[in-house]
Design a protein around this ligand. Structure first.
Ligand SMILES: Nc1ncnc2c1ncn2[C@@H]1O[C@H](COP(=O)(O)OP(=O)(O)OP(=O)(O)O)[C@@H](O)[C@H]1O
Ligand SMILES: [Mg+2]
Length: 131
């Protein structure tokens, strides 16, 4: 589906043996990741040539870290504080996606933040689960 839109995807995953068993709501976290990927896919302008979404996982000491990274339109710094609020949208959509993402991540004991975003260059969302 992403390929049809000219979007390249890259998986950069931690070695499986480095990932301990995580006790989380699998459906909730899967939905959250899909929601982030959907937003990433919507962040590209039609005329943009190189559209790339990267999914990355790493073990970092006592945490499992996941990133969804795009090279899309980016988020203005003044909006970083409100994008997780229900109803916040720049697409005339429901603006519920990130509110649900955050709720699902919290329910599984994780945390989510914008790690970095630069207008015209892209955005990286980071989810952390302590283990
Ligand atoms: N990867 C991203 N790149 C650029 N902007 C983003 C990205 N993810 C979220 N945003 C911004 O945050 C806003 C809120 O995202 P959210 O997913 O909550 O709502 P939405 O995508 O507008 O609507 P919905 O998900 O309900 O269809 C978006 O409208 C957009 O402005
Ligand atoms: Mg959305």
């Amino acid at each position: 589906m992403l390929q049809n839109q000219g979007i390249q995807t890259k998986l950069d995953l931690e070695r499986e043996e480095n990932i301990p068993e995580l006790f989380l709501n699998k459906d909730g976290v899967t939905d959250a990741l899909l929601n982030l990927i959907q937003n990433a896919a919507e962040s590209f302008s039609a005329k943009q040539r190189e559209k790339l979404i990267t999914i990355r996982t790493r073990r970092n000491h006592h945490a499992i870290e996941l990133w969804v990274i795009d090279n899309g339109r980016g988020i203005e710094p003044e909006r970083w504080g409100s994008i997780f609020d229900p109803g916040h949208t720049t697409k005339g959509s429901d603006g519920l996606g990130l509110a649900l993402v955050r709720e699902a991540v919290f329910k599984s004991g994780g945390n989510i933040c914008i790690e970095d975003s630069q207008v015209g260059r892209g955005t990286s969302f980071k989810i952390t689960f302590e283990v």
